[in-house]
Structures are given as C-alpha cells and as structure tokens.
Design a protein around this ligand. Structure first.
Ligand SMILES: Cc1cc2nc3c(=O)[nH]c(=O)nc-3n(C[C@H](O)[C@H](O)[C@H](O)COP(=O)(O)OP(=O)(O)OC[C@H]3O[C@@H](n4cnc5c(N)ncnc54)[C@H](O)[C@@H]3O)c2cc1C
Length: 240
C-alpha cells in the first residue's frame, strides 16, 4: 500500500435468508410443517432474528448462539427420532452426480463459469436491482446452468480432490443464485438490503411476509409466503 495502490472492492460477506427454521432450529418444510430430523444453524439458516437485514457483526454471534442452542435441542429430540428410509436408488443418484462431474468430457471450465456468475450477479442482482436487470440475470443463469452440464475437470482422483469439490459447489451456487434472483423479482418493493430502483418504497401491505421458495428437479422455482411474527416494536420505515 505504501508503494503502490491496492484494489479495494465490495464483496459478498453474508447470505441473508437461508434454510427456514423455527426457533429450535428445526427446518421448515412449508408454512405449517417441519422436516423431521433436519436442523440448521448459523449462516445457512434463516431463523428470522434479523428481519430484512443482518446488522453488521451479528453473524458470528448468531452462529455461536444458535450452534449451541440448536445442538441442545437436537439432544432433546434424538431419542424420539427414527432414521429416514434410504434406498439404494438414493445412494446411486448421489454417486452418479459425482461420477458425472469426474467423467464428463466437456469444454467448459469451472472457474470461468464461476467468474461469470460472480460478475453478473454483482452487476444485475446486487443491492440495487430492477425488473430489467433481474430478468436479464435469469437469462444469464439459464445459460450458465446449461454450460455447467458441459464442464470438464482435470483432476480425476477420488482423494482430497479440491477441483471436484469446487465443481460441486459451483452447481450449488448456480441453484442458490436462482433463488436470490427469483426472490428479488417477486418482491416488488424495497426492504433492508433489497433495493428495487423500480419500487423504491417499502410496501408492508403486500410484502410484510417471508418468501418461501422451492426448486423442482428441472431447476424451476415456485414461491410461497409465510406470515412474519412481529415483536413488541411497532413496524415502521427505517429513516435516518
Ligand atoms: C469477508 C467476510 C467478512 C465477514 N465479517 C464479519 C464480521 O465482521 N462479523 C460477523 O459477525 N460476521 C462476519 N462475516 C460473516 C461470518 O463470518 C459468517 O457468517 C460465519 O462465519 C458463518 O459461520 P457458519 O459456521 O454458519 O458457516 P461457515 O463458517 O461457512 O461453515 C460452514 C462449514 O460447512 C462446511 N460444508 C459446506 N458444505 C458441506 C458439506 N456438504 N458437507 C460437509 N461440510 C460442508 C464448510 O466447508 C464450512 O466449514 C464475514 C464473512 C466474510 C466472508
């Protein structure tokens, strides 16, 4: 820094939202039901303690608190939980997914697709977004998802294969990006860190609710909503 300039740029450092859970860390299947035996805590979970925006420095606190709390709740439940039924076909599907990446002989590179995903998400689905940029991003995502089917990795080993891990993670990122974009398109208002330049006002009448999004096996997303449990403070717009 003393001798030459260094690049400073914004970076994603937290994913708001996540796997919906109740206060005990049990994962919600939908508005009314839970997925038995499935718990989440930390950044991947959405317990909804933060409202529409996570305050700076609160994530580690949440991860520590809910890591301990949900762990204790799991201990209470564990004697009454049965193992789910797992078939040979389930295991086969998982192995096939990994083998596909290992054996696929395509022309696309994982790092190239990841770079394009990162850049386009920042450009079109960052804090400031509009219907136009989000729709454009959906098209980009569809094209990246198609290209992902034609990836090729060089390391074919099955031990500590970080290239394989990165490829699997990229598949998950492509799914996750689609949730972000479809959720942002659905929410025709501005709230927290979601700023729709075409809908700059917060709209409690239509959008004071959680978004629950589901992806089918073809990558299509459907959206439901869930009521927000309000605390003792009156809901009002944040002004400075
Ligand atoms: C640049 C940056 C700055 C930040 N600054 C702050 C800050 O100042 N204050 C603050 O509070 N928070 C901050 N955060 C956020 C905070 O660091 C994270 O939210 C928090 O560390 C998340 O902890 P976690 O245990 O929930 O998840 P992680 O730390 O992400 O742990 C998840 C673990 O699961 C593993 N894993 C993933 N998939 C699988 C799988 N399929 N099988 C097995 N293991 C798997 C991963 O390898 C990882 O070890 C920052 C984050 C970043 C990136």
């Amino acid at each position: 820094m003393v001798k030459e300039p260094i690049l400073i740029s914004a970076t994603a450092h937290y994913s708001m939202g996540g796997i919906p859970t109740n206060i005990r860390g049990q994962v919600r299947k939908n508005r009314d039901e839970l997925v038995e035996g499935f718990y989440a805590a930390g950044e991947c979970a959405c317990v909804s303690v933060h409202g529409a925006n996570r305050l700076g420095a609160n994530s580690v606190l949440e991860a520590l608190f809910f890591g301990r709390h949900v762990g204790k709740e799991m201990v209470k439940d564990i004697d009454n939980l049965d193992f789910g039924e797992v078939s040979e076909a389930d295991a086969y599907n998982m192995v096939q997914e990994i083998n596909y990446i290992l054996r696929n002989n395509g022309i696309e590179s994982v790092s190239k697709i990841r770079d394009e995903l990162q850049e386009s998400m920042t450009e079109n689905a960052g804090v400031f977004r509009t219907e136009e940029t989000l729709k454009k991003q959906l098209e980009i995502l569809d094209s990246l998802r198609k290209r992902f089917k034609h990836i090729r990795i060089e390391d074919k080993s099955r031990l500590f294969n970080t290239e394989l891990q990165e490829a699997i993670e990229l598949g998950h990122m492509l799914d996750y990006a689609k949730f972000i974009v479809e959720g942002a398109l659905f929410r025709k208002e501005s709230r927290g860190s979601h700023y729709r330049e075409d809908y700059p006002k917060r709209d409690d009448e239509n959008f004071l609710k959680h978004t629950l999004a589901y992806m089918d096996k073809d990558g299509n997303i459907s959206i439901e909503t869930m009521d927000v449990t309000l605390g003792k403070f009156e809901v009002k717009e944040r002004v400075y």
